[in-house]
Design a protein around this ligand. Structure first.
Ligand code: MG
Ligand code: ZN
Length: 226
């Protein structure tokens, strides 16, 4: 019985996610869904990412948290339009669902925007199950979280196109085995693109920024051909 109910919820979600994707395509906006456990460094990565991309690439951000506008306050300092979603108004959901993004997207001016980044709620589990109408998915995993996380939370790593391995500046102080971590990610998803970086020092950002720019170019090219 419970399985049936969940399937129905996800069917409705997928329908709205498709509507979102059509809307984003009409606006010519490439959409990235960025996910991770709490504290992996999504917001710090995004602060640096926005600074690197602007003004060449026009960005907007939707950020989800259960409570507080802390992340939106930090990200709006970069001068990009930011909308904060607090899910405690919707029963405290621990993920962003397509209908919540639909509403947020209608409130943000997307004309002239090239890239919409959605910072999902810190959680390695259910955000992976909810299509929100994005084009590509990114998971952030920091080296402090343990090498076994990809095998413990396989769905997240299976559905993502890029894995950002963050906080590599801390490696000299940890017993973390980064090769084991990379192998565990590759074991779950051999196709995933892995980038090691540090949002603190900026190492690895060149590769990450290039990946985003390539994705936007590819998206705009296929859009022009359609
Ligand atoms: Mg955050
Ligand atoms: Zn959830």
């Amino acid at each position: 019985m419970e399985v049936k109910v969940l399937r129905k919820v996800l069917d409705v979600n997928d329908t709205i996610a498709e509507q979102n994707r059509h809307y984003f395509e009409k606006k010519g906006v490439f959409v990235l869904n960025v996910m991770s456990a709490p504290g992996a460094g999504k917001t710090t990565i995004l602060e640096k990412t926005l600074t690197s991309l602007m003004p060449k690439i026009k960005c907007a951000v939707i950020v989800g948290d259960i409570c507080t506008t802390n992340d939106a306050d930090r990200l709006s300092k970069s001068g990009v339009p930011v909308i904060q979603i607090n899910t405690d108004q919707f029963g405290g959901d621990c993920h962003l669902a397509a209908h919540v993004i639909q509403r947020a997207a209608s409130e943000i001016q997307l004309d002239g925007i090239d890239l919409l980044i959605i910072e999902n709620i810190g959680n390695l589990v259910c955000p992976a199950e909810f299509d929100i109408g994005e084009h590509k998915r990114v998971v952030v995993l920091s080296v402090t979280e343990g090498e076994d996380k990809p095998v413990k939370y396989p769905l997240m790593f299976r559905v993502c196109h890029t894995a950002l391995i963050n906080k590599i500046d801390l490696l000299p102080y940890l017993d973390a085995d980064i090769q084991l971590l990379r192998n565990n990610i590759a074991q779950i998803n051999p196709e995933i693109n892995q980038i090691e970086l540090s949002a603190k020092t900026g190492i690895g950002f060149k590769e990450w920024i290039t990946w985003i720019e390539d994705q936007i170019k590819l998206y705009q090219k296929t859009r022009n051909c359609a």
